[in-house]
Design a protein around this ligand. Structure first.
Ligand SMILES: [Zn+2]
Length: 92
């Protein structure tokens, strides 16, 4: 029996050197932590420098091993947008 799992991720970039990063959305979008750029060492806020947010869909095998990952469907992404704008929590 294979199963699926999801991960909400956010992309952001360093405002000084434009290096791109991806972190879990609970960290980058919800908490909006300050981080140090690994390339130029500038300190910046992840939430103020977001460039995208997507839901990833993982497929796992019978042993719980990850076998595939893909963008979630546009429908799931749209419902995620809707949940965020309505202020409701995520369902996963
Ligand atoms: Zn930088």
């Amino acid at each position: 029996m294979s199963t699926e799992a999801w991960l909400d991720v956010s992309a952001f970039s360093c405002p000084q050197c434009h290096m791109c990063y991806v972190e879990a959305s609970w960290y980058a979008s919800e908490i909006g932590s300050d981080v140090e750029c690994g390339r130029c060492h500038a300190t910046f806020n992840t939430k103020k420098n977001l460039t995208d947010r997507v839901l990833l869909r993982f497929q796992l095998d019978e042993q719980g091993k990850l076998v595939n990952v893909a963008f979630s469907s546009d429908q799931n992404r749209a419902s995620e947008e809707q949940e965020r704008s309505s202020g409701r929590g995520r369902e996963f």
